[in-house]
Design a protein around this ligand. Structure first.
Ligand code: THG
Length: 369
């Protein structure tokens, strides 16, 4: 019988919502940006079905903001990403791969343009603030870089639209996907974006005023009763079915954005300046050697804590499985795998050893659904 808990400390930070989610029955945590990120409230499969039908509130404060402000802020932001931000607008979010000089992925954040000289990089699990500071120092940029006190609470699921309209009024229904604006709750303005790490729709509330944010948290559960609201968290099954990639799991610094299917977020033609641009041109002309793909396996359960080798029919290693779960939709195990291009050009059939059995599977495109 497994029975252990995470040792809390200043290094593994709690969030303003931690005491609430513990009362509400969080059953497991992961760490993310040196902070607690809830990973389950009981059964992940039950939570998956609930998320697809109703509405959930998530403590995703671990999606930390790296705030960059000052005269050179736009230059620094652009230096870090291969996505062209020269035509970016205030009030919009941009999904932006951050890469290094060798085009290895450093992070895949959402970037928010707050004004011409103020940006938030809403980071996945890696220390982007150190990378940003290094670049700013090395380039003598006139910028200030901090991690502000912003604790995101996500409201996700199909009923999130009705709930948020009930709480914030009709104005919020005008918000477009990946747009953000300020909305008032009992006299306090909160930055709210239509975004979130699920494909079920919803919002993210970037809470700066903690007191008001906690009041809002409690209020959402009251107002959400009629929509069958529950606490939740990024859901492993939903996010794999939707192919929302997880930095550190599906890709890391050893992978480049072409290998991860980020082609539409790469701009090599405009005259913007970013790190790794020459390397990306070279990769584009030579072609990639591996690619992130979906796999569907003839198995009924899996629990990954490290990558698993994927083999071809002759048992040669042709890649690695990086995330996987049992999918109620496919009634099979599905996963995200990095596979050799030479193999992909020849075959779609794979084999994998899970515990002491060998399972057959097929390669497919992402997303699954
Ligand atoms: N929200 C916020 N910050 C975050 C995440 C988030 N930081 C960490 C992590 N998640 C970053 N990773 C992603 C991955 C995918 C998306 C957002 C953040 C996402 N993708 C959409 C898609 O794939 O369809 C839209 C991409 C687009 O077309 O621009 O939403 O969840 N605040």
């Amino acid at each position: 019988m497994k029975n252990y808990s995470i040792g809390k400390s200043r290094r593994i930070r709690s969030t303003p919502y931690t005491s609430r989610i513990e009362k509400q029955g969080v059953t497991s945590y992961t760490t993310y940006n040196h902070m607690l990120l809830p990973a389950a409230f009981g059964s992940i499969e039950d939570s998956y079905h609930h998320l697809k039908k109703y509405v959930q509130v998530w403590d995703v404060a671990a999606e930390r903001q790296v705030e960059i402000c000052g005269k050179d802020s736009a230059r620094l932001i652009q230096l870090m990403t291969c996505r062209d931000l020269s035509k970016s607008k205030v009030g919009r979010c941009y999904y932006c791969p951050i890469i290094d000089d060798q085009a290895g992925i450093i992070n895949d954040p959402v970037v928010l343009k707050l004004n011409e000289e103020k940006w938030w990089i809403s980071v996945a699990d890696s220390d982007v603030i150190l990378f940003a500071k290094g670049l700013a120092i090395g380039n003598n940029f006139d910028v200030k870089i901090i991690e502000p006190n912003v604790d995101i609470m996500a409201v996700q699921g199909p009923k999130s639209f009705k709930l948020m309209e009930k709480v914030f009024g009709e104005k919020i229904t005008k918000l477009k996907f990946f747009g953000f604006d300020y909305f008032e709750f009992k006299g306090t303005k909160h930055l709210i974006a239509q975004s979130g790490w699920s494909k079920q729709g919803g919002y993210e509330i970037y809470v700066e005023n903690t007191k008001s944010g906690l009041e809002l948290y409690d209020y959402l559960f009251e107002a959400g009763k009629e929509f069958n609201i529950k606490p939740g968290c990024p859901n492993l099954i939903e996010r794999i079915e939707s192919a929302l990639l997880s930095y550190g799991n599906d890709m890391d610094n050893g992978d480049n954005p072409y290998e991860c299917g980020f082609d539409k977020f790469i701009n090599l033609d405009s005259n913007i300046i970013f790190l790794g641009k020459e390397k990306l041109k070279q990769i584009k002309s030579e072609g990639i050697k591996k690619k992130l793909m979906g796999v569907i396996l003839e198995a009924k359960e899996i629990s990954l804590s490290r990558s698993l080798d994927i083999k071809d029919e002759k048992s040669n290693k042709v890649g690695e499985l990086r995330s996987a779960c049992y999918s109620p939709h496919f009634e099979k195990v599905i996963g995200i795998a990095m596979l050799d291009m030479t193999f992909l050009r020849m075959s779609k059939s794979v084999k994998i050893d899970i515990k002491n059995s060998t399972y057959n599977g097929k390669v497919c495109d992402l997303p699954f659904i």
